[in-house]
Design a protein around this ligand. Structure first.
Ligand code: ZN
Ligand code: ZN
Length: 411
């Protein structure tokens, strides 16, 4: 009964649906293919268990798999930590320094951002990762980064096993043209495997090798990016905010000095904020230790200034062509098709005559907010995303100004 009630009240049970997404399905398939093939190749063809080296190799392979899955599932199910719904700062006076989230009906605590995929405000949000189908943020930053370190290490080990298995098994059968290279393979070839290394086994090993090498390179790069985030204590979103802060100060010549508040000044101190012996990061995800010259709301005030500035600097466009919201639309020209922005951000369908406030763009695509009716705005609706540049035309200054006076300072 106790066990049954424990299972039923298991808080994260509903979170199991996070697995039903292409990211976790692909990631878990890659992990299972690589680890299963590495174990089979080792014990059947390359390094049998009756040798000491073979046993150690086997234990190491199992260890990699367990550690990788442990960190992967923790990153996914512990999650980044969400700001409580209806959250307000302890001091009512501080609400003026914070942005309000209409979806979560609460204020956005410092360092938090609203994730449209998770549909919640996420503590110290770095990014939404499709591979764990969850955000990477405050609570799961250490698990996520450990996974990014362990996966390439495990895959490199597996890749060595795959290469050595194929090499030792094919050594006698085909000529590599390496007759001048003398490698003593006697140790590896002294036993006769029970199952011959057949064509399907070779194909599966080669396939697994491709996956292992690809994972090592791709995930290894992500590990270095995350380590940079951790030792600077600056998330990818905050780097962007800092860049815009410098831009804003330079543009308006305000003479302010912007100091990023969360960098504690030493890589080790920053590292210890995320990695602790308990596995849980320091802090409650709402208040943060800051640089002596800053305070809790240094960054949120800067965000509010940027938000106000962005509104002034956005440019009004009108749709002159319909667009169905396709990622790579066929009917909008080759360049639009091939130069589609490499991001998971949504595309927004347009109908002729609609108005959009664009905040950024490339030569072929633009990003902005569709102007909605007052009722839609009142219920917090927002349509924001990419659309092809050729589907819109810049509004004339006069018409833009008369429609929305706050937009008259168009640059
Ligand atoms: Zn929110
Ligand atoms: Zn998210």
């Amino acid at each position: 009964m106790n066990i049954f009630s424990m299972v039923v009240t298991f808080e994260n049970l509903h979170e199991v649906r996070r697995l039903c997404h292409w990211g976790p399905i692909i990631a878990l398939s890659v992990i299972s293919i690589c680890s299963t093939m590495a174990i089979f190749d080792s014990i059947i063809w390359y390094w049998p268990l009756d040798t000491t080296g073979g046993s150690i190799n086997f234990i190491m392979l199992i260890n990699w798999t367990v550690l990788i899955l442990y960190n992967y599932f923790n990153a996914m199910f512990v999650g980044p930590g969400y700001i409580p719904l209806d959250w307000k700062p302890g001091n009512q006076h501080h609400t003026q320094y914070l942005q309000y989230c209409k979806v979560c009906h609460g204020y956005k605590a410092p360092r938090s951002h609203h994730c449209r995929k998770c549909n919640r405000c996420v503590m110290k949000m770095d990014h939404h990762c499709p591979w764990i189908n969850n955000c990477c943020g405050h609570l799961n930053h250490a698990y996520f980064t450990s996974f990014l370190l362990l996966a390439p290490l495990g895959c490199s080990h597996a890749a060595i096993i795959f290469i050595m298995t194929m090499y030792t098994q094919l050594y006698d059968r085909i000529s590599f043209g390496w007759s001048t290279v003398k490698i003593n393979m006697s140790a590896a070839r002294q036993f006769q495997p029970l199952i011959p290394f057949s064509v399907p086994a070779f194909a599966a090993t080669l396939f697994a090798l491709g996956l292992a090498l690809g994972t090592t390179i791709a995930v290894g790069m992500l590990f270095f990016i995350q380590m940079k985030v951790i030792i600077r204590n600056k998330t990818s979103i905050e780097s962007w905010i800092e860049e815009k802060a410098k831009d804003r100060i330079q543009h308006y010549q305000t003479g302010e000095e912007f100091i990023f508040p969360y960098d504690l000044g030493s890589c080790w101190l920053n590292f210890k904020q995320v990695f602790t012996w308990t596995g849980m990061p320091k802090g409650d995800g709402l208040e943060w230790p800051v640089h002596p010259k800053c305070h809790q709301h240094t960054l949120t005030i800067e965000q509010l200034k940027q938000k106000a500035d962005k509104r002034v600097r956005s440019v009004q466009y009108q749709a002159v062509e319909d667009y169905n919201g396709a990622c790579c639309p066929l009917s909008k020209g080759l360049q639009t098709f091939f130069r589609t922005p490499c991001t998971e951000e949504p595309r927004i369908p347009l109908s002729k005559g609609e108005t959009i406030l664009a905040t950024r763009g490339t030569k072929w695509w633009m990003y902005g907010d569709k102007m909605l009716s007052e009722q839609q705005v009142a219920v917090g609706e927002r349509v924001r995303g990419w659309f092809p540049r050729r589907c819109v035309e810049k509004c004339h200054y006069d018409s833009a100004a008369s429609e929305n006076t706050s937009e008259k300072k168009v640059n």
